[in-house]
Design a protein around this ligand. Structure first.
Ligand code: ADP
Ligand code: MG
Length: 680
């Protein structure tokens, strides 16, 4: 990439063409010229160094403001040049810029960068010299609309300052919208502009002016055009016959474990091993070509160097899907990459699709398919899990057994040499067993297509994602570049949000969210909530958590209050969270739920929070929650706090498809995540 920085001068001229207000300016080469030009522009002026090697002019002593006489301008010229030379003796000094001094104003930053996965991104935030400190920035992936720009402006923390804070006059928000729109057009239309940083933009009560601009261009930059491939037929993922190539009888070998996990497969299973006539009790074949019947899928565990010839045979045999578990491909560098390319080329010739290489393959529990070497196959269920890490698949599967979580599909994507996230998403989208989807993402290859596809998938099935790599390691932190203000992780988060994916930060969290959304009621229809509990302490905590995670606790309407007053003890708290008090029995819960169900139009979610006590057992509690849920269209979320005594209730709720948690903070955090994505 041949990236170069345009000078402030060139940047101003470019932006001016798009209608962005820039200060009057000129380049001068001598002190005398500086004096004359300053006089012509009108005092006060600002003078700045003009050198391709000096990115941050202030750091080099290359900016002098408030120059108010001809003589001062002449002196400033010499000062700036000598400072710059001292700062970087090798810097080529092309002259000094003299520019009109803009009046002080609210300093904002507008920036742009090109993300390797998602392409061009526009950023906006509070600017000036404290940008890195404040980190009050927001971003959007292009293309965007003017309405998006308005949202960006409103969502930074500093927005109240733009609106007029504590007696200060409101700023010209409309002009800001126009400038950001102009800058967005400039960025979108100029393919070779890969990054820029306008800091600061000064916003006034009327009008605005930019007083610095850095634009980076790459003449070789090309925009990636997103294009989706045809869907892989669902049948490819549900073979009737499977051959294990490299099947083994030696318990320490990969080919043993894979074979072992496939022994429960109800279709035809053929071990292929050129040294043994029998593997794990089944007749073995020396080559896949010797199997007398058709083979739909091949699972390959032989060493990498043999994989091309094995794939060739699979192709001849008419195998439609090959799962290459073997490692030693692209992840090993150039030699491995060449081998991988060869494998793909051969597979293409025969129309054989490839999962992996360097993966665990896939598990389809409802069909008894497990090509992996996980310790124990997971149970069937309604969650699909697509993971970029094999180790995480192993861990999650192990843990799911203990947690009683089942899967409709588990896929370890490996190197994604052929099939990738997009193909797997399309598969689980069409798979009737899948009700919720979890992604573990490290890096996405083609972000634009991913966004398009995942937003379609998310319309019918909830998609929850965990993204690895939130640390900003390796980012140039020293500059006021927008690149360092918003790392790649932030771009992923924005991409997820925009395409309807719910980002979650912990693995167990992703499962809680996915399970909750996979329940029959799915998503809540809004963020107005009520909390019903028998524990005063948890009522208070619920308010705290609701506020923290952006859940609106409604004010109970007078009619609801009245009806509750009629049935609750005189000293109930008359508020939301509704505290039914520690002596609340089944009947009190039932009556309260009836009132709430009757007025279900005034709320969207009910959080029912219970703790172990002798007045109401966990089973009775669960049954009341189920009846409540039957009486309303709205979402009911249970939180039964406590240890073993509450386990029975939690199990009943789970079996009845009601979201259930055992930790209060978590309940609200999970719901907050969902609401953030849906109703921000
Ligand atoms: P740097 O390369 O260090 O970012 P800038 O061009 O942003 O240099 O100048 C540093 C600071 O000087 C700006 O943040 C702004 O506060 C002030 N400044 C620069 N140019 C002007 C101008 N034309 N009018 C008013 N203030 C300016
Ligand atoms: Mg600047």
């Amino acid at each position: 990439m041949v990236k170069r920085m345009l000078s402030e001068f060139e940047s101003y001229d470019l932006l001016k063409q798009y209608g962005v207000p820039v200060p009057e300016h000129a380049i001068v080469k001598t002190p005398a010229e500086a004096g004359k030009t300053a006089e012509k522009i009108g005092f006060p002026v600002v003078m700045k160094i003009h050198s391709p090697q000096i990115v941050h002019k202030s750091d080099a002593g290359g900016v002098i403001v408030s120059i108010s006489s001809k003589q001062a301008a002449e002196e400033a010229f010499d000062k700036i040049v000598s400072n710059a030379k001292a700062y970087n003796p090798d810097a080529e000094i092309k002259g000094v810029i003299v520019e009109q001094q803009a009046a002080p104003g609210l300093e904002l930053i507008i920036g742009g960068k090109t993300d390797p996965a998602f392409g061009k991104v526009l950023t906006f935030g509070m600017g000036g010299t404290l940008v890195e400190l404040m980190k009050d920035v927001t971003l959007r992936i292009l293309p965007i609309t003017e309405e998006t720009i308005r949202q960006m402006i409103r969502e930074i923390h500093g927005y109240p300052i733009i609106q007029g804070y504590r007696g200060s006059k409101p700023r010209d928000e409309e002009t800001l919208v126009q400038i950001m729109w102009a800058i967005n057009c400039f960025f979108a239309e100029n393919t070779h502009v890969v990054e820029f940083d306008i800091n600061p933009v000064r916003l006034y009560e009327s009008g605005a002016c930019i007083v610095d601009a850095r634009i980076f261009v790459d003449d070789e930059a090309v925009e990636k055009v997103a294009k989706e491939r045809p869907f892989v037929p669902v049948e490819y993922f549900t073979p009737r016959s499977i051959a294990v190539i490299g099947a083994s009888s030696e318990p320490k070998k990969m080919g043993y474990a894979v074979m072992h996990n496939l022994l429960h497969f109800p279709g035809q299973l053929y071990p292929v091993n050129n040294k043994r006539p029998e593997v794990q009790g089944l007749k073995a074949y020396a080559s896949i070509l010797e199997i007398p019947n058709p083979v739909d899928m091949a699972v390959i565990t032989v060493p990498a160097k043999h994989v091309p010839s094995v794939i060739e045979e699979c192709g001849q045999k008419g195998v439609v899907m090959a799962v290459i578990i073997t490692a030693g491909f692209k992840e090993m560098g150039e030699g491995g990459k060449a081998l991988e390319d060869r494998v793909i080329e051969i597979a293409k010739r025969y129309g054989t699709r490839i999962i992996g290489p360097n993966c665990l393959g896939m598990i389809i529990p409802p069909k008894g398919i497990d090509t992996t070497y996980v310790h124990e196959s997971p149970k069937p269920g309604n969650i699909a899990f697509i993971s970029q890490s094999g180790a995480i698949v192993n861990t999650v599967v192990d843990w799911s057994i203990k947690q009683d979580i089942g899967f409709s599909a588990v896929v370890s994507v490996g190197n994604q040499a052929d099939l990738n996230f997009i193909d797997y998403l399309r598969f689980v989208e069409r798979d009737p067993k899948t009700k919720g989807i979890i992604l573990y993402v490290e890096e996405i290859q083609d972000g634009k297509t991913f966004m398009k596809v995942v937003s379609e998938v998310a319309k019918t099935k909830p998609v929850v994602a965990i993204k690895a790599g939130s640390s900003v390691k390796g980012q140039a932190a020293a500059s006021s570049h927008t690149g360092s203000l918003s790392g790649s992780y932030d771009v992923y988060m924005e991409a997820f949000r925009e395409s309807g994916v719910i980002p979650v930060h912990t693995l167990s969290g992703t499962f809680q969210v996915a399970e909750m959304l996979a329940t029959p009621k799915g998503y809540p229809r809004g963020k107005r909530a009520v909390v019903i509990t028998n524990a005063g302490g948890f009522a208070v905590l619920s308010s705290d958590y609701a506020e923290r995670y952006g859940i609106d606790l409604i004010t109970l309407p007078p009619q609801v209050l009245k009806e509750l007053n009629d049935l609750l003890p005189e000293f109930w708290n008359k508020n939301n969270p509704i505290d039914l008090l520690g002596d609340a029995n089944e009947k009190r819960f039932e009556q309260t739920f009836s009132v709430l169900a009757k007025y279900q139009d005034c709320w969207d979610i009910a959080f029912v929070v219970g703790f172990p006590n002798l007045v109401i057992g966990s089973e009775q509690f669960a049954n009341q929650i189920i009846r409540f849920s039957e009486k309303t269209e709205n979402m009911i979320v249970g939180t039964l706090l406590g240890g073993d005594s509450m386990e029975r209730g939690r199990k009943i709720l789970k079996e009845n498809g009601i979201p259930i948690f055992d930790e209060l903070d978590f309940t609200f955090r999970v719901m907050g995540r969902i609401l953030w994505q849906r109703f921000r």
